[in-house]
Design a protein around this ligand. Structure first.
Ligand SMILES: [Fe+2]
Length: 167
């Protein structure tokens, strides 16, 4: 039985983490390509549309972050070692999938984006989402980013990849 057909407490909690991956990593990586094109004067209308979409998505992202934090306070017994390991696995897999997808769809053809920048940005997003839900800095796959964390964060901010919204 798929987990969505089986709404246990545990599966609902996992869906909240999956939401952070969807709205906080997959969406943002998609936004970044349009924002990067806009910086070269391309697809400006789409970039404006994405800004409005992002403004909306931020509210969902924060809502689910609060839901995860509230659940952790009210139902700490759900946060077992198995669950926490599974969350890290979900994020690890998401970073791999989204990095591969990002490289595939850009094909090195967007000025200002390289495969390495795409990968680092997605790792940075994953780290940021994990931190927001109290799972920060475990250093599983993002060693480089954690070592150079501050430098990397400000670099992305300077490039405008985070858009105008901070979440
Ligand atoms: Fe949303």
């Amino acid at each position: 039985m798929r987990s969505w057909q089986n709404p246990t407490d545990n599966n609902i909690l996992k869906a909240m983490f999956a939401n952070q991956i969807l709205e906080g990593i997959y969406f943002y990586s998609g936004f970044a390509y349009i924002y990067t094109l806009a910086r070269s004067g391309k697809m400006l209308g789409s970039a404006q549309m994405i800004r409005f979409i992002q403004r909306d998505e931020v509210t969902h992202l924060i809502l689910f972050q609060n839901m995860i934090k509230s659940t952790r306070r009210e139902r700490p017994e759900l946060f077992t070692k198995e669950l926490i390991d599974e969350v890290y696995d979900m994020f690890r897999e998401a970073v791999e999938l989204e990095s591969s997808w990002g490289k595939y769809i850009t094909q090195g053809q967007i000025l200002g984006l390289t495969d390495s920048i795409i990968e680092q940005y997605i790792q940075y997003l994953a780290d940021k989402r994990l931190k927001a839900i109290g799972f920060a800095n475990k250093g599983f796959w993002i060693k480089g980013l954690i070592i150079g964390g501050l430098e990397t964060n400000s670099k992305f901010r300077n490039w405008g990849l985070e858009g105008k919204l901070s979440s």
